[in-house]
Design a protein around this ligand. Structure first.
Ligand code: PDD
Length: 276
């Protein structure tokens, strides 16, 4: 019910920004989502470092350090201190008369809110997903607020009763509308390299770390759409998705019923351990 806006905490109804905010006009801003689990933010420093890196990529000047004091205050005001919750952070370039290029001497607009959210210990979803052309731009590494491409892709998934949309660029599966995608084939774990065609998810990074700790072979290679049927397992990763098994891609089934692949299950249980 509370919102942090530019240094103060206000009631949600009173959290107001100008219609000339470039976040509103252009989607000119960066966001971050992280979750508090068992009284601490899960990989907080890594999330804040990605926020900082993305702000630098688009030349928004803001000291991410300043959030470190503000977050506990927001949680307290929201009666969420130590509770399982999700924190949304957004920093836009700020308010200025509409012009495409970056205005000079502009103050960023900084907004955060927290909401109660209890993630399951282990995600039991066994998702059916579809594939779609990745019609987004070529800087998907920037976690920007202009998510129209992702929103349209996710909407198509929902319209077809699918959990997610896997995006295909030049025949290669990049990621999903709000998750990263992994495949397993002959005990080798595959995921798209962290280049400009995907968001380098924190959960993705954690899963890669777990794989290395387990001495699993990892290849950061995108899987071609026409090789899906050769794969043994597939799963999605993301902050609120955690690790979700994929049961079906388009017309291809990996498992019957609620079966989940062995490696997917192993990674899910290792991931669970990190939260405690
Ligand atoms: N989504 N790819 C895209 C396009 C994403 O939007 C996200 C995150 C991910 C996974 O990143 P991470 O593991 O750091 O959450 C991959 C967030 C949660 C969202 O938009 O709500």
């Amino acid at each position: 019910k509370k919102v942090y806006l530019n240094g103060t905490i206000v009631d949600r109804e009173n959290a107001q920004i100008s219609v000339f905010d470039r976040g509103f006009i252009f989607g000119d801003g960066i966001y971050e989502v992280m979750v508090q689990i068992n009284g601490r933010f899960f990989y907080e420093a890594v999330h804040l470092a990605r926020l900082d890196a993305c702000l630098k990529k688009i030349n928004i000047e803001f000291e991410v350090e300043r959030l470190k004091n503000a977050i506990p205050k927001l949680l307290e005001a929201s009666e969420l201190t130590d509770k399982d919750c999700l924190l949304y952070i957004q920093v836009t370039r700020g308010v200025a008369p509409r012009q495409h290029s970056f205005p000079k001497n502009i103050e960023p607009t900084v907004m955060m809110y927290a909401q109660a959210k209890k993630l399951p210990d282990i995600n039991t979803v066994n998702a059916s997903v579809l594939t779609l052309k990745d019609f987004r731009w070529s800087r998907c590494d920037i976690k920007m607020t202009s998510l129209l491409g992702n929103v349209m892709a996710n909407e198509q998934a929902m319209q077809n009763d699918r959990y997610e949309a896997l995006l295909v660029r030049n025949g290669i599966i990049t990621e999903a509308s709000h998750c990263n995608v992994f495949f397993v084939k002959d005990k080798v774990v595959y995921t798209h390299p962290a280049n400009e065609f995907i968001l380098d998810g924190i959960t993705r990074q954690i899963v890669l770390e777990i794989c290395r700790a387990l001495n699993l072979e990892v290849r950061e290679e995108g899987i071609p759409l026409n090789r899906i049927s050769e794969m043994d397992e597939a799963f999605l990763t993301g902050t609120s998705t955690q690790i979700a098994s994929i049961r079906q891609i388009d017309d291809h089934y990996f498992y019957d019923g609620s079966n989940i692949g062995e490696l997917t299950k192993k990674l899910q249980s290792e991931f669970f351990k990190l939260k405690n």
